[in-house]
Design a protein around this ligand. Structure first.
Ligand code: C5P
Length: 229
């Protein structure tokens, strides 16, 4: 679950949905406000943590930040694939070093291909002539060759990305919306069942759960939808 909430509310939400979700995703708002404490609070509650910092900087800076993230004991860490092969490699190496020093297993480095809030027109606006699908495929190839063991893409291009990078890479898909749910700022959405059927390994779901009147019921319904597939 993407815990894009203030920390006390996020921890309370986690307690409610924990029977139905596997991983707590700590993103930018929680980390900017609380730093490592945001991660530690979820770890203390037995959660596996996905630290969604989407690192994107020169390789040395990313390596240092990834080492700090690895030392926290997170299970997943995101970087932008568009930072290039040297940057992704630096993240993989930094995270592994930091984790080993602190006695943790190295996190899976998930390289973000094309943000699920972007569509083809948005890509064209920033000078990328390719479709979201083709661009995600190309970035996926670069990131996996550089050592990323996971990727973030939309469920709409999971099959194309999988065809390019093979079966061993963890494919993580945000932009998940149950039928009839508000898309919010997401452009390339898919339902939980369609995402699983397309071959997603890890679904990132935030507002369909966190804005529901009954978060546990919303999470349970999504779990049931996934199980039906
Ligand atoms: O609320 P919603 O389900 O849209 O949350 C999706 C989460 O996944 C957000 O925390 C967002 O930062 C993250 N994310 C995304 N698209 C990506 C990578 C991460 O929406 N490509």
């Amino acid at each position: 679950m993407a815990v894009d909430l203030p920390l006390p509310e996020g921890l309370a939400a986690w307690e409610r949905v924990v029977p139905y979700v596997g991983v707590a995703k700590v993103g930018l708002s929680l980390f900017v406000e609380h730093g490592p404490r945001a991660v530690e609070e979820f770890l203390r509650r037995g959660a596996r943590v996905f630290l969604d910092l989407k690192l994107h900087d020169i390789p040395n800076t990313v390596e240092l930040a990834a080492a700090r993230a690895g030392a926290l004991g997170v299970s997943y860490l995101t970087v932008h694939a568009s930072g290039g092969a040297a940057m992704v490699k630096a993240a993989v190496e930094g995270a592994a070093k930091g984790a080993a020093k602190a006695g943790h297993a190295p996190p899976i480095i998930l390289a973000v291909t094309v943000l699920t809030s972007m569509d083809d027109a948005g890509l064209s606006e920033i000078g990328v002539p390719a479709t979201a699908r083709d661009h995600a495929q190309a970035l996926a190839h670069v990131a996996v060759r550089a050592g990323a063991t996971g990727l973030v893409c939309s469920a709409r291009e999971v099959a194309a990305v999988r065809a390019r990078v093979g079966s061993k890479v963890v494919l993580c898909t945000p932009g998940i919306r149950p039928a009839g749910a508000d898309a919010n700022d997401q452009a390339r959405t898919e339902t939980p069942l369609a995402a699983i059927q397309a071959g997603s390994d890890l679904l990132v779901i935030g507002r369909p759960i966190t804005t529901a009147a009954d978060m546990a019921a919303a999470a349970k319904a999504i779990e049931a939808e996934i199980a039906s597939g």
